[in-house]
Each structure stands twice: as structure tokens, then as C-alpha cells.
Design a binder for this molecule. Structure first.
Ligand SMILES: *Cc1c(COP(=O)(O)O)cnc(C)c1O
Length: 336
């Protein structure tokens, strides 16, 4: 390890931050937190809100629910807008919810819902939030989309956007990256929710010196630095195109095998595909057989869908050949 208060680390965090801004497509500040994605979700809430403030939490699955729970835990007055799992958020319904009653301080949105394999139309949703939401901040969980699915943070006016190292970035778990825009900084100056480790203002102050307030996960910064170098070589447009290609390839392969996809077709995610467990097949048995007999690890569903769907991740360091391996194993399991 290196001294995290020395010149080597300062160069590293500056280089990583500059590259992250390119991938976030933003001029906003980008902070790197030593945390899992959920830590950064909590940070987004406690830095921008005060207890008692009204927040609209739009949920299309387990991670949308988590965002609402975090805001609730810190005393926000959360109005929840739920859509059926497998469906995307409907911008018209979000506009309708925003027009009800006194103003909202923030809208919590999930860009790509990993529990269901749905990508929300964030461009349309952000337009609705800016038109119907008054001064509401737009806070986006982009943990399983940023770095893989297009998300122009500035063009879509997203005030806070959260990413996680273990998703599209090809880095082990443990770092979260957050962009913080001018309106979010204004809110932060007034926000009364308690915070210490998560304080964005402290992170920004330390970043100016090339440091973090507490000891960062230095080894993960090395990994992030290398991953960003690879990503810069490939280029954002190519990365997005590769994920689109692999998403389509995965969906086509599954359909050809006879599987039914879980997500609404028009909003199928290019980073994770959720598949219905066919009638008469045991979801837990399918996952175990794939793992033990074929060396293929797929995830089950979450909550009520644990054994009703399974999920294939195809983000970050992934190619068609990996998907071929999964499809081959699934085909053999089904025929066996
Ligand atoms: C993975 C994920 C999270 C949670 O991140 P952790 O790193 O597990 O805390 C939150 N939201 C989405 C959309 C995710 O994919």
C-alpha cells in the first residue's frame, strides 16, 4: 500500500476523478467514497435532505424500495410510487404524483433496476421531474447502469448520481462514486439530516488536496485506476454499444431456448437480464445445477420473486463468449 496522504495517492485520485467525470458526462463534482453502493445512496439522502421533508420515491423493484427505506430511516416524509415488478416507471404517473399536494424536496429514481432487469426511461423521467417537480432535486441510483448504459448526467439535469465499483466498472466491491451538482450543493448547505462519514462537503474539501477524509480503500483505487484506463481506451460510446449488443444477444439466445423474459420488452436492461423460471422447473435447483455441474453462477430473484425468476449479469468485463457459456449450460440443464 501507499501513503493515502502522499503525492502518489493524490495523483491517483485526481486521475480517477477526471476520468470518472468523462464517464458520468458531467462538469459536476464527482466524489469517490469507500462504501458499497448502498452507502452512497444513504450519503445522497443525508447530504441533501432534512427530516420531515417530502420525498417522492419511485420504485420498480427491490433497489427502488431500498432507496425509499433509507430516506424513511432518516425521517423524510416519503411518498412512494410503486410500479409492478418487471415494468418501467411511467413518466405520466410520475408527473401526476408530483402535481399532488405541496412540493417535494427530492425525487428518488432508479435508472436500472437490477432486481427486475428493467431500465427506466431516465431522459423522459428527468424531463417530467424538471417540469412538474418544482425545485425537487433529482437523485438517481445508477449503480448498475453508469459506465455501461448511456447516462448524460448534465444533459438530463441529474443533481446527484450514484455508481458502484463492482457493477459496470470491473472493479471489486467497495467503492462508490457520486456526482454532486450545484443545486445539490445548495441543498446540502441547508440539509439537517445527521452525517459525518458521508459528509459530501468534507469529501470535496479533502479532494482539493488529493485526499479523502478517512482512510480510503487504497487497493480498490489501484483497481479503479486500471479499469478506467481500459475504459478510456475502449471509449464510452463503444462500451455502451458493447453492452447494447450483449444485452440483445442474451435476450435473443434465451428466447431461442424457449425462455420467457421478465422485463417489459421496451425497457429490457442491457446490463442484467431477468428470466422467468419455466412452469414446473424449480428455480433453486436450476441455480444449484448451473453452479455445481456447469460452473455458471446466475442469481435468483429478490423478495417474492426469489425462485420465480433468475438473473444473468452482463456488465463490465463480459463478452458474447461468456453468454454462450451460460446459454449452453441452460440448454443442457433444460434438456436433461
Ligand atoms: C447493486 C445495487 C445496489 C446496491 O449496491 P451495494 O453495493 O450492494 O450496496 C443498489 N442499487 C442498484 C440498482 C444496484 O444494482
Amino acid at each position: 500500500m501507499i501513503n493515502h496522504r502522499g503525492p502518489e495517492f493524490a495523483a491517483l485520485i485526481r486521475r480517477a476523478t477526471a476520468r470518472l467525470k468523462e464517464f458520468f458526462q458531467t462538469q459536476n463534482d464527482v466524489l469517490i467514497l469507500t462504501a458499497s453502493g448502498s452507502g452512497a445512496m444513504e450519503a445522497a439522502v443525508v447530504n441533501t435532505l432534512s427530516p420531515g421533508q417530502r420525498v417522492l420515491a419511485v420504485s420498480v423493484g427491490a433497489f427502488g424500495d431500498r432507496f425509499a427505506q433509507i430516506a424513511q430511516a432518516f425521517g423524510a416524509q416519503v411518498v412512494k410510487l410503486d410500479f409492478p415488478w418487471g415494468q418501467a416507471a411511467d413518466p405520466a404517473a410520475v408527473a401526476e404524483a408530483l402535481s399532488q399536494g405541496p412540493g417535494f424536496a427530492a425525487v428518488l429514481l432508479t435508472h436500472n433496476e437490477t432486481s427486475t432487469g428493467v431500465t427506466n426511461d431516465l431522459e423522459a423521467l428527468s424531463r417530467v421531474v424538471h417540469e412538474a417537480g418544482g425545485d425537487a432535486l433529482l437523485i438517481v441510483d445508477a449503480i448498475s447502469s453508469l459506465g455501461a448504459i448511456d447516462l448524460p448526467v448534465d444533459r438530463w439535469g441529474c443533481d446527484v448520481v450514484i455508481a458502484g465499483s463492482q457493477k459496470g466498472w470491473m472493479v471489486p466491491p467497495g467503492l462508490a462514486m457520486v456526482s454532486v451538482g450545484p443545486r445539490a450543493w445548495q441543498a446540502a448547505a441547508q440539509a439537517k439530516m445527521p452525517r459525518f462519514y458521508w459528509d459530501f462537503a468534507a469529501a470535496k474539501r479533502y479532494l482539493e488536496r488529493g485526499q479523502t477524509p478517512a482512510t480510503p480503500a487504497v487497493s480498490l483505487f489501484f483497481a479503479l485506476d486500471k479499469a478506467l484506463e481500459l475504459m478510456a481506451e475502449e471509449g464510452l460510446e463503444n462500451i455502451i454499444a458493447r453492452h447494447r449488443r450483449i444485452g440483445e444477444y442474451t435476450r435473443a439466445g434465451l428466447k431461442a431456448l424457449g425462455f420467457t423474459l421478465f422485463a417489459q420488452g421496451s425497457h429490457a436492461s442491457n446490463t442484467v437480464t431477468a428470466v422467468r423460471v419455466p412452469e414446473g422447473m424449480d428455480g433453486a435447483k436450476l441455480r444449484r445445477a448451473l453452479r455445481e455441474e456447469y460452473g455458471v453462477v446466475v442469481a435468483g430473484g429478490q423478495g417474492l420473486f426469489t425462485d420465480k425468476i433468475f438473473r444473468i449479469g452482463h456488465l463490465g468485463f463480459v463478452s458474447e463468449a461468456d453468454i454462450d457459456g451460460v446459454l449452453e449450460a441452460l440448454g443442457r440443464f433444460w434438456r436433461a
